[in-house]
Design a protein around this ligand. Structure first.
Ligand SMILES: [Zn+2]
Length: 133
């Protein structure tokens, strides 16, 4: 959670916890506020908070498929270190096992895998820089 609170401070956003019903979290750009459902399990709360921080990082002011993709990629890169992923992918085949070992949600691992597949194919990508721990 330390990573998340650093981003909260760096981005100057306010966190409001409450009972959101079916919503896990939401980012209100005009108020620089993140609403969080306090009924979430700790790992889900952390991943959701980081997702909403991804929206704040990118200054998203509305929900679009592209904005959701950007926030999801941002949180995956923030929570998953390349060297840890490389070590775990040699041992485990499924995202659920890797997620459990890393203390993140399976969706974060899947988003990280998708991001890696995108950047590995792009020119100028440095595996050594990405895998540094
Ligand atoms: Zn979102």
């Amino acid at each position: 959670m330390l990573e998340a609170w650093r981003w909260v401070e760096a981005l100057g956003v306010r966190i409001v916890d409450g009972n959101l019903g079916e919503l896990n979290g939401a980012y209100l750009h005009d108020h620089r506020t993140i609403l969080m459902d306090l009924n979430l399990a700790p790992v889900q709360y952390h991943s959701t908070l980081m997702h909403e921080l991804g929206h704040a990082f990118h200054d998203h002011d509305r929900t679009t498929p592209r904005n959701e993709w950007e926030a999801s990629q941002w949180v995956a890169r923030a929570l998953i270190r390349g060297c840890e992923y490389e070590a775990l992918i040699k041992v485990f085949e499924c995202p659920q096992s890797i997620a459990f070992e890393m203390g993140v949600l399976p969706r974060d691992v899947v988003n990280y895998q998708q991001w890696r597949e995108t950047v590995v194919r792009s020119p100028g990508w440095s595996e050594s820089a990405e895998n540094s721990c």
